[in-house]
Design a protein around this ligand. Sequence first.
Ligand SMILES: [Zn+2]
Ligand SMILES: [Zn+2]
Length: 82
Amino acid sequence: MDGEPETQQRTSVDLGPQCPSCGEPWLRPTNLPGRYRCVYCLHRFELTSVCPNCGEHSTIVRMSSTAILKCNNCGDSMLQAV
Ligand SMILES: [Zn+2]
Ligand SMILES: [Zn+2]
């Protein structure tokens, strides 16, 4: 297991998607595809392919940081706590 240092701060802080748990815009993608972690409250989330709110399937384009985090049908978050 290689412990990758995640505490390294970057100078250009780009406010990302909001955390569903604490509401702070500190969601960051992890090294696992479709997985995100809030660096503020340290909760982990998984990007689902089916909307947990309306059940609509979403075509998720997993292109690094530009992944769609919201259901394009109802606008609910596609992130589920892991
Ligand atoms: Zn959070
Ligand atoms: Zn939906």
